[in-house]
Design a protein around this ligand. Structure first.
Ligand code: GDP
Ligand code: MG
Length: 217
């Protein structure tokens, strides 16, 4: 009985969240904004990748909503590079939800451009909550190991694009790319998987072309 109740409440939390997410998505679309929900484990290189992507964007205004449990280092870093960025601190919650994004979008006052939403570092909960995005970008890394698609399937299943970051470190690790890709493709047949490095900057041109194709579609 208690188990049934918990399921009902969770379902209504998801429904309410998705309703608000759909509204945000439609408002962003009307304002000419393409929104990307950037997900990955803590330290995967979400902020590093955003910096690499943003510096390659031409004639497109980038906006960033930074989600963290506490602190605003990443927002300050982006602002120091001239990027319009705003911080959300969840104070403990392990993912962003659509009411939080609705408020941040209002505060940012944005139109015509691409909005990156750096979600809380976590491979589990962010994949469960839509936040008004048009696409989900998952950043996995060679340092996390090649078994992550098998252990955290939802994040890989839902992703529209997957980056394998920290590829500069491959010579020092035992990352098994074939095993990783087999796991990804069992869950997700279509998302492009792009090897990148925030250190050598390899791969980010391809990521930016994917974003530009989406923006122009
Ligand atoms: N070697 C290496 N280090 C990286 C790479 N990308 C990010 N890092 C480092 O990983 C740490 C976490 O990066 P950050 O972008 O803050 O991760 P986030 O928590 O996902 O936003 C920082 O010390 C980065 O310098 C990479 O491609 N190669
Ligand atoms: Mg970050």
């Amino acid at each position: 009985m208690a188990e049934n109740k918990e399921i009902e409440i969770m379902q209504s939390v998801y429904d309410k969240n998705d309703e608000v997410a759909a509204q945000i998505n439609s408002e962003l679309t009307q304002s000419g904004i393409y929104a990307i929900n950037v997900m990955g484990a803590p330290g995967a290189g979400k902020t590093t990748s955003l910096i690499q992507i943003i510096k390659r964007l031409k004639d497109v205004t980038p906006y960033v909503i930074e989600g963290d449990i506490e602190a605003d280092f990443d927002t300050k870093t982006l602002q120091s590079l001239g990027v319009k960025a705003i911080q959300i601190n969840t104070g403990g919650a392990c993912h962003l939800d659509s009411p939080l994004i609705g408020k941040a979008v209002e505060d940012l006052k944005i139109n015509n451009g691409v909005l990156f939403i750096e979600n809380i570092g976590n491979l589990v909960c962010p994949a469960e909550f839509m936040i008004g995005e048009h696409a989900k970008m998952l950043i996995s890394t060679v340092t996390e190991g090649s078994d992550k698609p098998y252990k955290y399937p939802l994040a890989f299943e839902k992703a529209d694009i997957i980056l394998i970051n920290k590829c500069d470190l491959i010579p020092y690790l035992d990352f098994d790319e074939d095993f990783f890709m087999k796991g990804v493709r069992a869950l997700n047949k279509t998302a492009p998987v792009i090897k990148v490095s925030g250190k050598t900057e390899e791969g980010f041109d391809k990521v930016v072309s994917w974003i530009m194709d989406k923006l122009n579609a």
